[in-house]
Design a protein around this ligand. Structure first.
Ligand code: MSK
Length: 635
């Protein structure tokens, strides 16, 4: 543990460096925001009309409602579901972009992309009811991509496809009975914004159900994004690489791939392989790609690209003085990167029409000339390298080995070596035998209301000690990579006896050159769909409804609207969800009780807020034990 700001030992000297050069990082800015406004913090500040902001002042006559008469519960419910709308829009728009690209590949319009994983294409086609027998791969791809795009504009009563195809019947039954089964993504999101317009729905429960419907669109958008990205770029297999700022190399042209969308970053990886010579001509030892946030996770999973860092410490990659270019696409990119880059030679390159930063270099990404765009980016980085000030280079010598690439397919491939007929039984048998207690998904971001990466690390190691099998995505997975939990040493240091035995059995069967990790990295934010597929499979194999499966989710440092959407669909699909920051629902006891208590009766899933990592871990273990106990009693 290094200091109160972060537990990341590479981050600490970089934060000190920022101080030396007088740059105020996100850590300083977070501090400057304290104390937070209690109204905003608890969700009782309403800003959805121009008469506002209205705050709930319970003791003031006339102040216990908004100007329009909206009660605290209406205001809190409207605010929280509008987060879901934002998150769901982001994930599903990402999915739409990938689907459009697959369609254009199938139509022969894009020369730089191809269908890489035809086996997955056929599996997805069968899952969603697209005819495959005797058909050409591109014809199937066209129908699958069209089906994905149909998810967005549908306005009839038909149910959304990916959610319906992936979920278990008893779960779908609950979604239908509660009237939250979506039809089209765009329709559900537009309806939610309409529902929460000033002077519209005042019923908090109805508003929350509208929010859950939008959250299920978030699930659908990310599930199709995962499937189509695998089809386009390949489904990841185990890879060995490294994580933390020490992955940035002083003698190479360093390029950070940051954001979420793999369409351009995959091309940068391809171009980098071809252009090592150009970098050498410029005097560098080659090109070194590193990842930040979920674009990083995408190229880690499929290409073994190293992790530089996660969300809260993205600025610190520039402070190393050796970052020649940072290529950003969409989501989770701090606008501050540009002003920090001005202190160095780093080129910040924005690439998407909906994500520009004043003063940064904008290279409009065009799928029709994707590889050329990637090459332009690399040339910009090489040019920047030529003017790098070596005096300013200061890379912390901190990195940990990472074994990642655990898509559900690659995990099942390991299980298959133990049980070829029913691979998932390898996991469920271990749970039923009491060797491990269940599965926990770690998802989500960093949130500087707490100490950077501390919740991730503490909760995960506590769960591991208690024999919980852990999968992770997003910036949580990157925190684990940096802290040495994505390798075999992590197992030896932190796993309980049962988990150790289970992973040793997998190791013996897997036959990989590297030891399997303590935590299985499943990919980016949209790959939370892979984890839900795992939960669905466990339910089926164990003969349980999802609401009874020993599976929990935790977002220890949730930050983004997308995290709210992910947490919400997890609840609707039956999963208990821990959040490590107090949600802005606490301003209304009614709304807070609905999402933390009543939700369990209806869906099986529910939220709980716990900022203390040890208490959070204890509660997660208790939930798994309770589910196991109840399941044993039912037999
Ligand atoms: S990048 S949404 S900070 S996980 Fe997916 Fe990280 Fe959260 Fe962005």
């Amino acid at each position: 543990m290094s200091d109160k700001r972060t537990i990341d030992v590479a981050a600490t000297p970089m934060l000190d460096r920022a101080k030396e050069i007088g740059f105020l990082t996100t850590f300083d800015r977070a501090k400057a925001q304290e104390p937070r406004c209690t109204f905003g913090n608890t969700g009782i500040c309403c800003r959805i009309c121009l008469q506002g902001p209205c705050r709930i002042l319970p003791k003031k006559p006339g102040g216990n409602k908004g100007i329009c008469g909206a009660m605290d519960y209406t205001i809190v419910a409207r605010n929280i579901v509008r987060y879901i709308a934002g998150g769901s829009a982001a994930h599903s728009d990402h999915g739409r972009h990938i689907a459009e690209t697959v369609l254009h590949v199938a139509e022969g319009k894009l020369k730089d992309y191809q269908i890489t994983d035809a086996v997955k294409l056929i599996a997805v086609a069968k899952k969603i009811g697209v005819e495959t027998e005797g058909r050409d791969v591109l014809a199937v791809a066209k129908d699958v991509a069209t089906a994905a795009l149909d998810e967005f504009g549908r306005v009839n009563e038909d149910e959304i496809t990916w959610l319906t195809a992936n979920s278990n019947e008893s779960t779908l039954d609950v979604l239908r009975k509660t009237n939250i089964m979506p039809s089209g993504i765009n329709l559900s999101l537009a309806q939610l914004l309409h529902q929460t317009h000033a002077g519209n729905d005042a019923d908090p429960v109805n508003i929350i159900f509208g929010g859950l419907k939008a959250a299920l669109c978030d699930y659908d958008g990310m599930a199709l994004a995962t499937d189509l990205s695998d089809i386009l770029f390949g489904t990841g297999v185990p890879v060995v690489t490294e994580a933390n700022l020490g992955a940035i190399k002083a003698d190479k042209v360093n390029i950070a791939l940051h954001g979420h969308n793999p369409l351009l970053s995959q091309m940068v990886v391809k171009a980098a392989k071809e252009m090592q010579g150009e970098a050498k001509t410029a005097g560098a030892a080659g090109i070194n790609l590193v990842g930040i946030c979920c674009t990083g996770n995408e190229v880690l999973t499929r290409e073994g690209v190293a992790i530089a860092t996660n969300f809260a410490t993205q600025e610190l990659a520039i402070l190393t003085g050796a970052m020649d270019a940072m290529v950003v696409d969409v989501q989770c990119i701090m606008p501050s990167l540009r002003s920090l880059a001005e202190c160095y030679h780093t080129k910040i390159i924005t690439t998407m029409p909906i994500m520009k930063i004043p003063g940064s270099y904008h290279l409009a990404f065009d799928e029709h000339r994707a590889l050329d765009s990637a090459k332009e980016i690399i040339r910009l980085a090489i040019d920047a390298y030529k003017v790098r000030d070596t005096e300013k280079v200061c890379i912390p010598d901190v990195r940990n080995t990472v074994v990642a690439g655990f898509t559900l397919e690659s995990l099942l491939n390991i299980f298959k070596k133990i049980n070829a007929d029913a691979p998932i039984r390898v996991l469920t048998d271990a749970i039923e035998a009491g060797e491990i207690k269940g599965v926990a998904l770690f998802a989500g971001c960093n949130n500087l209301k707490g100490t950077h990466d501390e919740n991730h690390f503490t909760i995960a190691t506590e769960l591991a000690k208690n024999d919980v099998f852990i999968v992770a995505t997003g910036c949580a997975a990157q925190a684990f990579g940096k802290e040495g939990l994505l390798n075999g040493d992590g197992v030896q240091k932190y796993a309980g006896e049962g988990l150790k035995k289970f992973i040793a059995r997998l190791n013996a069967a897997a036959g990989l050159t590297a030891e399997l990790p303590l935590i299985f990295h499943m990919g980016s934010c949209v790959d939370n769909s892979r984890a839900q597929d795992l939960a669905n499979m466990m339910a089926k194999e164990m003969g349980l409804d999802n609401r009874d499966v020993p599976y929990v989710a935790s977002a220890p440092e949730a930050m983004s609207e997308k995290a709210v959407a992910i947490g919400s669909w997890n609840v609707a699909l039956g999963n208990p969800v821990h959040v490590g920051v107090v949600a802005p629902t606490v301003g209304s006891t009614l709304v807070n009780d609905v999402v933390t208590k009543v939700a369990e009766d209806v869906f099986g899933g529910f939220f709980f807020w716990e900022t203390d990592p040890v208490k959070a871990a204890t509660r997660l273990v208790d939930i798994l034990e309770e589910r196991n106990w109840k399941n044993a009693m039912r037999k």
